[in-house]
Ligand binder design. Structure first.
Ligand code: TNX
Length: 510
């Protein structure tokens, strides 16, 4: 019998087919994060060989773009070449990209059988999300030193929410373009599709405004604890936006007004009610600064800032902050938000703002970002707006894990990895459910962190949980099975040299 199968194998080698077909595989056990809606295994293996051929319609730009990405990732992960629409079909195994109808742009399906991998989606973003699943499959196979095959079966997947975001505060401490790009790569791996950049605050102004150069020349020089700071030129910002866009991540710029404006007030005396420049600020108090509603120039300033940033921002949202304006009186606050939303509209964007903005006459296309006050969130709904869920008690990446955490604050809560994962946006605030919620965003304020390693400590691994809350169906989410997958992602993060927080509550692999 043995001799017979040896002979058979030899014969099949001669005829270019494979001998390894006996391997038993378990696609369903793959630790995908976010977990897919459907994963069904068929138990065999697709063998990864040199010269696999990727078939796609070259007339279709979405498919072309997908093919180029898949080729470079496949070759980097597997060390095997992937040919684009060339070679002899029945000699080589194949991958195929096919446009099909799906209800959602980001939906996709991956069919793996012994001879072929077929990826279907209706849009480039759907194909991209499929590629990140393939990427995780390849990475985990590699980690198990089995990267000569992939398990067969079907993955059918689509996001729960259309908006899955991460916010990074680059004002309290500045993060370089390279650091932000590194963060973007990781957001992409977990199917996050929005990066909200908190570009201005009391401690520093971080984006070049050509008509108001002192904002960055002077107001960009400070940060919490000192005078290093930094800022992005418009060219650098455009580069970041393009880098994110290439990963189907939309950048949402935030200019926080009317409070949180000390850096601007320190840069231009005319923005202050008393006409005197403020001092640069390097502490971490909030609520002491405000723009001056009575100065005509204030609204010229806002017009210039919003015009310049909107012109280099392809995404639909402009975030105007609006939080903790404790030094602005209520009437002035309402004037500020009302006038500023008109400017945002004039430059073709939709307003996003922290939940406080609902006290003004917000428009139905506004998104209120719920962080602290449930009444504000429901108030926004009454005005026809939608809500983005960022509850500080569950979703703030800058909250400490526990009282021993090296970095972070704890004014809202300690947020263990489990607490960060184990909540449901649809059930958190009475009256705010499904269709009122555009999605989930995990903000990372940077009072206590100043470089990528410190950022990683707070963001990882909790960010993976927010990615799953935003993408996966509630019925699919369950802490015990999530924890098992998370442990595998600990190994994956290690392999990428990402220093995540090794919570002692989780039995990580050594
Ligand atoms: C509250 S959340 C703030 C930020 C701070 C953060 C620290 C929000 C809209 N405002 O200004 O950085 O707490 O956790």
């Amino acid at each position: 019998m043995k001799q017979f199968s040896f002979l058979l194998c030899l014969l099949s080698v001669i005829f270019f087919t494979h001998c390894e077909q006996q391997i038993e595989t378990h696609l369903e056990q793959f630790p995908l994060i976010p977990i897919a809606n459907v994963m069904e295994e068929t138990g065999s293996a697709f063998f990864i060989k040199d010269n696999t051929v990727l078939y796609f319609d070259e007339q279709d730009e979405d498919l072309k773009r997908t093919a180029i990405k898949l080729k470079s990732n496949w070759e980097a992960q597997t060390n095997n070449s992937l040919l684009l629409n060339e070679g002899i079909p029945f000699l080589h195994s194949k991958i195929e990209l096919i446009k099909s109808d799906f209800d959602q742009e980001e939906a996709y399906e991956i069919n793996i059988d012994k001879k072929a991998i077929v990826i279907r989606a209706s849009a480039a973003s759907g194909f991209y999300r499929a590629l990140t699943s393939v990427d995780q499959l390849l990475r985990f196979q590699k980690l198990s030193s089995n990267l000569n095959f992939l398990p067969t079966g079907v993955i059918r997947d689509a996001p729960k929410y259309s908006y899955r975001g991460a916010m990074l505060d680059v004002s309290r401490h500045f993060f370089t373009v390279e650091e932000v790009k590194q963060y973007i790569d990781l957001l992409a791996l977990y199917k996050i599709n929005h990066l909200h950049l908190h570009l201005s605050d009391d401690q520093g102004w971080r984006i070049e405004i050509k008509s108001w150069p002192n904002l960055t020349e002077y107001g960009g020089r400070s940060e919490v604890g000192g005078m290093t700071g930094g800022f992005y030129t418009q060219e650098e910002y455009k580069d970041l936006v393009a880098y994110a866009q290439d990963r189907f991540i939309t950048v949402v710029p935030e200019i926080d007004i009317p409070g949180h404006t000390n850096a601007a007030l320190a840069s231009y005396p005319e923005l202050n009610c008393n006409g005197k420049t403020a001092e640069l600020y390097t502490g971490i108090e909030v609520g002491f600064s405000t723009l001056c509603v009575d100065n005509e120039i204030t609204f010229q300033f806002l017009d210039d800032v919003i015009r310049e940033i909107s012109a280099i921002t392809p995404g639909e949202y402009f975030h105007i902050g609006g939080d903790e304006s404790l030094s602005t009186n209520e009437e002035d606050y309402i004037v500020f938000i009302n006038k500023t939303q008109d400017i945002v509209e004039k430059y073709g964007k939709n307003v996003m703002g922290w939940d406080e903005i609902q006290s003004s006459n917000i428009k139905p296309n506004t998104v209120a970002q719920y962080w602290a006050d449930a009444d504000n969130a429901t108030g926004a709904l009454k005005k026809g707006a939608k809500v983005l869920m960022s509850p500080a008690k569950y979703a703030y990446l800058d909250m400490q894990y526990d009282s021993l955490s090296t970095y972070g604050l704890h004014w809202a809560s300690y947020i263990s990895i489990k607490r960060g994962y184990d909540w449901n946006p649809d059930e958190l605030v009475e009256g705010i459910t499904g269709e009122n919620i555009i999605g989930v965003e995990a903000p990372l304020w940077s009072e206590t962190i100043s470089n990528f390693e410190e950022l990683s400590y707070l963001a990882f691994p909790r960010l993976l949980g927010y990615a799953e809350i935003g993408w996966s169906k509630t019925e699919q989410r369950e802490w015990d099975t999530y924890q098992k997958r998370l442990i595998e992602h600990g190994v994956l993060l290690d392999s990428m040299s990402i220093k995540y927080y090794h919570s002692p509550n989780i039995p990580w692999k050594k």
